[in-house]
Design a protein around this ligand. Structure first.
Ligand SMILES: C[S@@+](CC[C@H](N)C(=O)[O-])C[C@H]1O[C@@H](n2cnc3c(N)ncnc32)[C@H](O)[C@@H]1O
Length: 291
């Protein structure tokens, strides 16, 4: 890893800042859910009801369009696997599922819960000691969306290119808001016959290219959100590492259980009234550019 990592937008991030961010992440993630590791997931029941498999493995979430003709003999890798929730789910589909996580505590839980999997401790900037040119597929769910540092995600994805086979593929679940950068709506004040409503711009989270290495929190405290206007630039960024980059979306602005649909000027989702995400975006990449 060079002392500073040059980015496409001309910014450079010092290695020290990346390490400081990784240390902050470790100090947050290691204690969470030590005794009850499901806590690391947050909204465990909600996430267990999201059809991640369909969206990670089928183009546009359409079961007629699998990204591989057959999954059974293939080897998959979970980026930021936590206690291994998605490793267990993906084991029903793939021949072998391995993974890595920055939290040693989570790696211990994942190893105990999936003894047939190889689970590596990541430095926060890589896939740990996972072997090169080995995996047919790499994926992440609710992990890279919490990394508000482009250079950190960039380093991890470089290492994913290393561990993928030359014909390997990857799908990342990330957060998307149709309207990001989001403006939080405040309550309407009545001024005579006028209604006045103020909106304040979200500064808590980061855009795809930001490097918020000084973030004091993660896992919902400072996430990365992709907005409609950023999609072209995100694709161009990932095309540096992969020959093919595609997007598809899973709508979280409609409450499936209660059939609640929210008005456009209150751009929140069924997770919470103040939540700004409207979709999960599934970023699918193929043809890793090796060497
Ligand atoms: C909300 S949990 C999700 C766990 C799992 N992916 C799931 O879907 O249940 C986020 C996980 O990402 C891991 N993580 C965060 N940043 C990471 C990084 N830079 N490198 C590796 N793992 C990371 C955390 O330790 C944590 O276990």
């Amino acid at each position: 890893m060079p002392a500073s990592k040059g980015l496409g937008d001309g910014m450079a991030v010092e290695q020290n800042d990346l390490l400081r961010y990784a240390n902050m992440q470790k100090s947050v993630y290691n204690p969470v859910g030590k005794d009850n590791p499901e806590e690391i997931v947050g909204w465990y029941g909600y996430h267990e009801n999201v059809p991640y498999e369909t969206n990670l493995l089928y183009r546009y979430g359409d079961i007629r369009r699998p990204i591989f003709p057959d999954f059974q003999k293939l080897r998959a890798f979970d980026i930021g696997c936590g206690e291994g929730r998605m490793i267990r789910r993906m084991q029903r589909i793939f021949g072998q599922v391995d993974g890595a996580d920055i939290s040693e505590a989570m790696v211990e839980h994942a190893r105990a819960r999936s003894p047939n999997s190889e689970i590596y401790v990541s430095s926060g900037l890589d896939a740990g000691q996972a072997p090169s040119d080995t995996y047919d597929f790499a994926y992440c769910t609710i992990s890279l969306q919490h990394v508000c540092v482009h250079a950190t995600r960039d380093a991890i994805l470089d290492d994913i290119v290393r561990i993928l086979k030359p014909d390997g593929k990857m799908t990342l679940q990330m957060l998307f808001s149709k309207y990001y950068p989001f403006h939080h709506p405040r309550r309407i004040r009545q001024l005579g016959r006028w209604g006045l409503q103020l909106f304040n711009k979200d500064s808590n989270n980061g855009t795809w290219f930001q490097n918020k290495t000084d973030a004091q929190g993660t896992n919902g405290r400072c996430d990365v959100v992709i907005g409609t206007n950023e999609l072209t630039a995100v694709r161009a960024d990932l095309l540096k590492k992969f020959g093919v980059v595609e997007f598809w979306f899973y709508d979280i602005s409609i409450d499936r259980a209660g059939a609640r649909s929210l008005p456009e000027n209150h751009l929140n989702s069924h997770i919470d009234d103040q939540y700004w995400g409207t979709h999960f975006v599934f970023i699918h990449c193929a043809e890793p550019r090796k060497g």
